[in-house]
Design a protein around this ligand. Sequence first.
Ligand code: TPP
Length: 331
Amino acid sequence: MSLATDSQPSPAAQLTPERLREAYRLMLAIRRFDERALELYRAGEMRGTTHPYIGMEAVAVGVISALEPHDYVSSTHRGHGHTIAKGGDMRRMMAELLGRATGYCGGKGGSMHIADMERGMLGANGIVGGGMGLATGAALTAKLRGSGQVAICFFGDGALNQGILHEVSNLAAIWKLPVVYVCENNQYAMSARADWSVAGGDPAGRARAYGIPGVTVDGMDFFAVYDAASALVTRARRGDGPAYLVCDTYRYHGHHAGDPLNYRQRAEVEEWRRHDPIERMKRALGERGVLTDEAAAALDREVQAAVEDAVAFAKSSPEPSVDQLMTDIYA
Ligand SMILES: Cc1ncc(C[n+]2csc(CCOP(=O)(O)OP(=O)(O)O)c2C)c(N)n1
């Protein structure tokens, strides 16, 4: 479905140089944070695991850049990118990964439970499709309160086949809720290929069953993601209801840090890497005269220093004390 209405410049064409550089910085931050998290896992410094967002940065940043700060986001087990793009604190994230009391969940939740309610980040989620009810519920509250907020529901291609997606899509459509369902089609659910496991061949086409827009974009391209997300968020905010946005993308690394990755061909990985979202963004900003190579390198150094600061903060933080064992639990 095309959302083009007139000959107005695209939303991305209207972004200021500052906002473009900030988007680039956020994409770099996601990559460097997750590269460092992988290193810490391999060095045996992290208990549990982590699901790297590396390769998919244009999706989180493209979509979340189209939001207002008070809008909502629900996440997945692969949640670091969403949290960083929503303005999350890398110190508290890293502390959570390393099980420290200063982490987002007091060190008791780990990578898959990071939430930041003050920033509208409703939480990562170990249950595939678990964010769907959260985002839809948040959109319902926004509608009932008349707050003008929009909710984004990020989920993977594997979650396309969870039953709850049908339930929330139907309710959101009949109640015209301000929610956009963003499918991060990174081609695999663990080792299951999307082109084998997702019936019908066209995930966005499923939106037709609910009478709502379904749009597919190149999820390795910040500008394509931002333009499509802006259009869908705008129509949701003005009361026209939900939509599906499918972003075709790729995870460069394994499903999680310990994945032996014996189910895909090296040539396939190399082909996707040729479309690297960060390199493409850097080139595009260079062509627009918004970011020189020197400025890009300086930003990278700045981001890496911030990640190292987060690691130092985490390592110097205490582990949760024994008296915290029974706090923050329901039963
Ligand atoms: C309800 C449920 N079923 C199965 C799992 C096991 N599981 C964890 S991640 C995953 C694959 C998810 O794939 P996708 O939704 O495409 O997200 P991606 O990992 O590709 O980002 C599965 C099956 C789970 N955590 N929850």
